[in-house]
Design a protein around this ligand. Structure first.
Ligand code: ADP
Length: 228
C-alpha cells in the first residue's frame, strides 16, 4: 500500500494575476501535494515569486481561486489572515533578517508573535539553532555573519513555528556551492519530517537534487511540468 498522502495541500484553479496592465500569471491551474518538494523555475519575470506571494496573501488573485490546507483564500477575512500565514515558513534570497536584533531574537520573534511562553521560546529557538548548526552564534548580529550563515538563520526562523509549508524564493541565489549544499540539506530535512516545500529557483543543481516535480513558467504561463 502506498503510505504517502498524495492529497493536495494547495490548489490553484484558473488563477490570473495582473499588476496594473501587466499579466504576471495567466490561467494557472496547479495542485501541490502534501509533503511534495516542488520547484518552480523559469526565466526572470516569469511569475515565480508571484505564485509564492499569492499563497500567503502577500498579493491577492485578480481572477480564480487559491486553496491552502482547506482555506479558500478569497474568503479569509483580514482578521484571520495571520492564521493562514502561520501555515508558512518563508525564506527569501536576501534573508530579510533584522540587522539590529541578535540571531536568537530574529528567530524568537516568530514565537513571540504567536504568543508563546518565554521558557518554551528559549528551548525551541536553541533547539532549532542547533539543527542549523548556529547555536554558538545566538548572540551575534546578522551583519557579522556570512551569507550562508544568514540563510541558515533564515531557515531556523522559517521552521521554528512548525509550519506545514516552506516557501523559499531563490534561497541559494546569493550563495557559493558549499553554502547552497548546506541550505539544500536543511530543506531536505524539513521535507523528511513531513513538510511541504515549494522553492522558486533557477538553481539547476537544487532542482536535480530535490528530485521531484518542477513547474516551468514562461511569461506567466505554465510551460511544462517535469518529474525527476
Ligand atoms: P519571477 O519571480 O519569475 O522573476 P515575478 O513573479 O517577480 O517573476 O514577476 C512577474 C511579472 O510581474 C514581471 O514582469 C514583474 O515585472 C511583474 N511584477 C511583479 N511584481 C510587480 C508589482 N508589484 N508591480 C508591477 N509589476 C510587478
Amino acid at each position: 500500500m502506498d503510505a504517502v498522502d498524495k492529497s493536495p495541500i494547495i490548489r490553484l484553479f484558473h488563477v490570473h494575476k495582473r499588476y496594473g496592465s501587466k499579466n504576471a500569471l495567466i490561467d494557472t491551474t496547479l495542485d501541490i501535494c502534501k509533503n511534495e518538494f516542488l520547484c518552480i523555475s523559469g526565466p526572470s519575470g516569469a511569475g515565480k515569486t508571484t505564485i509564492l506571494k499569492l499563497l500567503y496573501l502577500g498579493e491577492s488573485v485578480s481572477e480564480g481561486q487559491v486553496l491552502v490546507d482547506g482555506m479558500n483564500l478569497s474568503r479569509i477575512p483580514p482578521k484571520r489572515i495571520h492564521l493562514l500565514r502561520r501555515k508558512f515558513g518563508i525564506i527569501f534570497q536576501d534573508y530579510k533578517l533584522i540587522p539590529t536584533k541578535t540571531v536568537f531574537e530574529n528567530v524568537a520573534l516568530v514565537l513571540e508573535a504567536a504568543g508563546k511562553k518565554r521558557v518554551l521560546i528559549r528551548k525551541k529557538v536553541r533547539s532549532v539553532l542547533r539543527t542549523v548548526g548556529m547555536e554558538e552564534r545566538h548572540n551575534s548580529l546578522p551583519p557579522s555573519l556570512s551569507g550562508g550563515e544568514q540563510q541558515r538563520i533564515a531557515i531556523a526562523r522559517a521552521v521554528v513555528g512548525d509550519p506545514r509549508i516552506i516557501l523559499a524564493d531563490e534561497p541559494t541565489g546569493n550563495l557559493d556551492d558549499a553554502s547552497a549544499d548546506v541550505i539544500f540539506n536543511l530543506l531536505k530535512r524539513f521535507h523528511a519530517r513531513g513538510g511541504t516545500i515549494i522553492v522558486a529557483t533557477h538553481d539547476k543543481d537544487l532542482i536535480r537534487k530535490a528530485g521531484g516535480r518542477t513547474v516551468y513558467l514562461r511569461q506567466g504561463r505554465v510551460e511544462k511540468i517535469t518529474n525527476a
